[in-house]
Write a protein that binds this ligand. Structure first.
Ligand SMILES: Nc1ncnc2c1ncn2[C@@H]1O[C@H](COP(=O)(O)OP(=O)(O)OP(=O)(O)O)[C@@H](O)[C@H]1O
Ligand SMILES: [Mg+2]
Length: 652
């Protein structure tokens, strides 16, 4: 079966345009794409779009009006009049020409301003839609697909290395300009038609052909540029590494600046090299357009000129026709508008692929039998702790050759403290991601109170997530206040003015050992934080971890009945680690706790300990039972404990 996420095949257009290459399907695709852009136009704002169209109409009609008025002016001035006197009608014609000129110039200036405003509003709408789409699915796997990342980058991309914004908004504004340009050319054609139908039609056809060639060349260039999206992503990654704050410490310490810059440069050349080659190719292959331009230009000047020379038309008509001929020609150049349109269309194609992908995801996640909904969260009475059962759960990451979990059987009883231990990469964090519904098991079931998590639709999954909270190993450091960083784990508390919510913040912070930090924070809980600390309070790794613990405890205070702590003591000092179990874990009331840790001194106090190995639960029991069993757990525990004893023995 054909992969629906596959990139759209390249139309394979060759910049060496041949007239015969324009086919009906090409034209249909062209019209469909223009219609697609036109549908975005209302998002530019009714007033803006109306004014924009009026101004463009005026600008389009101005050359023909100018042609007719100039012709009449020539007639009027050629008529006999008394010396020193204006010929009749001259003054009013001059005024009319001046008015047309002013209107044309004002329309040009006004439409530029409106164009920017319309493009911005449309881009805002598109971005809002993309944000809405990407946040919609409950799972994570879609975000890890490189093609999706490329499409997202393409949507945010506004033209690469060129100092001109190119986006769906500018493309939409661009097709309106193109439409009025063609309208202007048609009116000018009608004027020339009264002189010579053959010349008028010939010039129009030549103009539209040149335009089509230009457009196809832009299209080809954009297609090549889009095909190199993944190289562009690499350039961004190297840029971020070279100049971003995330890697700043190591880049400086290791002296990696020049290396990262050279890598970025190499990626940039890999990305842009073929694009530049196509540009050069296009420039070299301008033969057809040159022949058409010169031929049409010659005919446009020569035919009316010869007619005037032979007395077939007067000088006044000659002026009218020459200005009108120019009016037709002016539509031949799609110029930067053409690239705006094609570039913006690339973004629209990326948007369409995203929409299609998310609709499929939505159907996959939504089209399931509807069991009774899992308990909602909020300010009401907290629900009971869940009964959770992993039944032969298997899971393989997309694109991974080996399963990470390979038949996990595990029960988490309501209210118990269960520790999970295992080597690095054993799958502990993965187990939690599955329990949170971020991924679905490839086989087997995770049953919560008789409900298979895989049967939940998006809304029910959200309700399940409101029963649990997770302190992830790589928790997020939100750029907000201390209070924000705590309350975000139960966001309904931000809207619902639950009286208990305020107390729960202080309580959670206290239990997570943040008293000293709060005492030194200039604005207490309202002190703003930022990773790195620039311009606001900077926290150490351990202080962030305490804050993340407070976040998890707050959620429990707000009714979450399953608390998952993934490596909560990794950054804590020995004193804090020592009291962590008693102060944090043991104090949790009414909720089950899943504690993942490599620090077996912390883990040993848990009600049960499960050891994950080779994708399965290899050992499970109390600390004492596992020591008696003398398996991996006992070996690991003795190893850790032995280190301290050796150190003590050595120093005594
Ligand atoms: N997003 C991902 N895509 C593909 N493979 C992944 C992804 N995340 C983790 N893995 C792989 O799954 C395996 C288990 O990872 P996991 O993070 O669950 O291990 P862990 O037991 O939590 O390890 P640690 O003790 O180091 O935290 C690893 O081999 C890892 O490479
Ligand atoms: Mg982990």
């Amino acid at each position: 079966m054909r992969n629906p996420f596959e990139r759209l095949p390249s139309p394979g257009l060759d910049p060496r345009f041949a007239v015969g290459a324009t086919s009906w399907p090409d034209l249909r695709r062209l019209l469909a794409e223009r219609r697609r852009l036109a549908r975005l136009l209302p998002f530019g704002g009714t007033g803006n779009v109306t004014a924009y169209c009026v101004l463009l109409l005026l600008a389009a009609l101005a050359p023909s009006a100018m042609a007719l008025l100039t012709g009449q002016l020539v007639t009027a001035t050629a008529a006999p009049s008394s010396p020193g006197q204006w010929a009749p009608g001259t003054l009013s014609l001059l005024v009319a020409i001046a008015v047309v000129y002013v209107v044309q110039q004002s329309a040009e200036a006004g439409q530029q301003v409106l164009r920017v405003a319309i493009a911005r509003r449309i881009d805002g709408t598109v971005r809002a839609r993309v944000r809405e789409l990407t946040l919609q699915p409950s799972g994570l796997s879609h975000l890890e697909q490189p093609d999706l990342q490329d499409d997202l980058n393409r949507l945010w991309d506004t033209g690469g290395m060129i100092n001109r914004t190119r986006s769906p908004g500018t493309a939409t504004a661009g097709i309106v300009v193109a439409g009025f340009q063609i309208l202007g050319a048609l009116v000018a054609t009608a004027v020339v038609f009264t002189f010579s139908p053959l010349l008028a039609i010939g010039l129009l056809v030549a103009t539209l052909l040149i335009r089509a060639i230009n457009r196809r060349q832009w299209h080809y260039l954009t297609d090549v540029a889009d095909g190199r999206a993944r190289y562009r992503r690499q350039v961004n990654e190297w840029s971020e590494l070279a100049a971003g704050p995330a890697a700043a410490k190591e880049v400086r310490l290791f002296g990696l600046g020049a290396w990262a810059t050279a890598r970025r440069r190499r990626s940039a050349l890999e990305w842009a090299g073929p694009i530049w080659a196509v540009r050069r190719d296009i420039l070299r292959k301008q033969g057809t357009t040159m022949v058409l331009s010169v031929g049409a230009g010659f005919a446009g000047l020569a035919v009316p000129g010869l007619a005037a020379a032979s007395g077939g038309i007067g000088i006044d008509d000659l002026v009218v026709y020459l200005v009108a001929v120019w009016g037709i020609f002016s539509a031949r150049d799609v110029g930067t508008d053409g690239f705006d349109i094609e570039y913006g269309l690339g973004a629209i194609r990326a948007l369409d692929r995203l929409i299609e992908r998310y609709e499929r995801l939505g159907a996959e996640w939504g089209a399931r039998p509807r069991p009774t909904a899992v308990l909602p969260g909020g300010c009401g009475d907290p629900p009971a702790a869940p009964h959770i059962h992993f039944e032969d759960v298997r899971f393989t990451y997309p694109g991974s050759p080996r399963p990470t979990l390979n038949g996990v059987d595990l029960t988490i009883e309501p209210g118990e403290v269960l520790a999970i231990v295992g080597y690095n990469g054993a799958g502990k964090t993965t187990l939690i991601k599955l329990l949170s519904g971020l991924y679905r098991p490839s086989r087997g079931r995770i049953v919560v109170d008789d409900t298979n998590l895989a049967d939940l639709d998006e809304g029910e999954l959200s309700a399940w997530r409101r029963r649990m909270t997770v302190l992830f190993q790589d928790f997020v450091r939100y750029p907000g206040s201390i209070a924000d960083n705590i309350t975000l784990s139960a966001p309904e508390s931000l809207d619902l003015e639950c009286e208990a919510a305020g107390r729960a913040v202080a309580d959670a912070a206290g239990r997570a050992g943040m008293d000293d930090l709060l005492a030194s924070a200039p604005e207490g809980l309202e002190t703003r934080l930022r990773e790195g600390g620039a311009g606001s309070l900077g926290l150490s790794g351990g202080q962030w971890q305490r804050l993340a613990t407070a976040r998890a405890l707050f959620a429990v205070g707000r009714g979450r009945r399953l608390l998952v702590l993934d490596e909560p003591t990794a950054h804590l000092d020995v004193r804090a680690e020592e009291v962590f179990f008693d102060q944090v874990v043991r104090e949790v009331r009414g909720a089950s706790v899943v504690l993942i840790s490599h620090r077996l001194s912390t883990v040993r106090h848990a009600g049960r300990i499960a050891l994950l190995r080779s994708g399965r639960i290899a050992e499970i029991g109390t600390h004492e039972e596992l020591l008696d069993r003398d398996g991996d757990y006992a070996r690991l525990f003795r190893l850790q404990a032995g280190r301290f004893q050796t150190a003590r023995g050595g120093s005594s």
